[in-house]
Design a protein. Structure first.
Length: 256
């Protein structure tokens, strides 16, 4: 989904997200994706700490209930407090299971004044499908996506509150990470005038680098069916338009 989620407008943000989740759930979507810090809105203002404390439990309860109701996995950008630390996280809410979290490991500019960086990359599994999450700025680090791909993920979910001023970066990196790794990349972005003028252009990118769906600059939802069997083709098979980078990768030559 793509929308503007306003800073510290928790009730409004949750209500808006709930409507979009229900719309996608009624379409039978297996995965529903929300942007970075959707529940609190994106900001570098310390007021976000109070918003995180207020929103955390309500967000978890709402998303867990909707995941159960629509039998889908909801992946959402949330702020969360653990002990005395705050994290910019991707919450993974499977139906009938407790939520899991990936904490943003590479913080952008003044995010470093607010959040604690995560300590590890994570792979999640649902119904034998492996997937990973990256958050906004992290998409620019090829090593993250490659590490997830090496751990056999088929889909990378990328959650954004990305500035429109840097759109040229977004255009290149969302397609490049899919292409380089032979993986699907599903991007959910904020859009409109908030803390930044947010970029929008939520999209679903094929392992070939082709854009399957794109939301442009409007609020709303996009969806499509994907064939995860194509991941193996584009990583390993030298046929048709496949790049087969993983078949020809020479690990002994590279340093990270």
């Amino acid at each position: 989904m793509q929308a503007l989620f306003e800073a510290c407008k928790i009730k409004k943000n949750l209500e808006k997200a709930g409507e979009y989740i229900k719309a996608l759930g009624n379409l039978g979507c297996n995965f529903v994706v929300l942007p970075e810090l959707f529940n609190t809105g994106y900001s570098w203002n310390p007021d976000i700490f109070e918003a995180i404390r207020v929103a955390q439990e309500e967000t978890n309860v709402m998303l867990s209930a909707l995941a159960k109701e629509y039998n889908c996995v909801i992946i959402a950008g949330v702020g969360r407090k653990v002990s005395d630390r705050y994290y910019n996280s991707a919450g993974v809410f499977p139906p009938n299971e407790d939520p899991l979290f990936y904490d943003k490991t590479h913080l952008f500019r003044r995010e470093k004044e607010l959040f604690t960086p995560g300590k590890e990359l994570k792979v999640f599994t649902w119904q034998n499908l492996k997937f990973g999450c990256i958050i906004c700025y992290e998409t620019g680090f090829p090593e993250i996506a490659r590490t997830l791909a090496n751990r056999d993920v088929s889909i990378i979910f990328a959650l954004f509150a990305f500035s429109k001023k840097r759109r040229h970066i977004y255009e290149v990196m969302t397609r490049s990470r899919a292409l380089e790794n032979g993986t699907f990349l599903v991007a959910s972005a904020q859009v409109g005038k908030g803390f930044f003028e947010f970029n929008g252009y939520s999209r679903i990118v094929h392992p070939s680098g082709r854009i399957l769906k794109d939301a442009g600059e409007a609020e709303g939802i996009i969806w499509c069916e994907i064939e995860t069997d194509e991941v193996k083709k584009y990583r390993y098979q030298e046929i048709e338009d496949s790049h087969a980078y993983f078949s020809n990768f020479r690990k002994e030559l590279y340093e990270l």
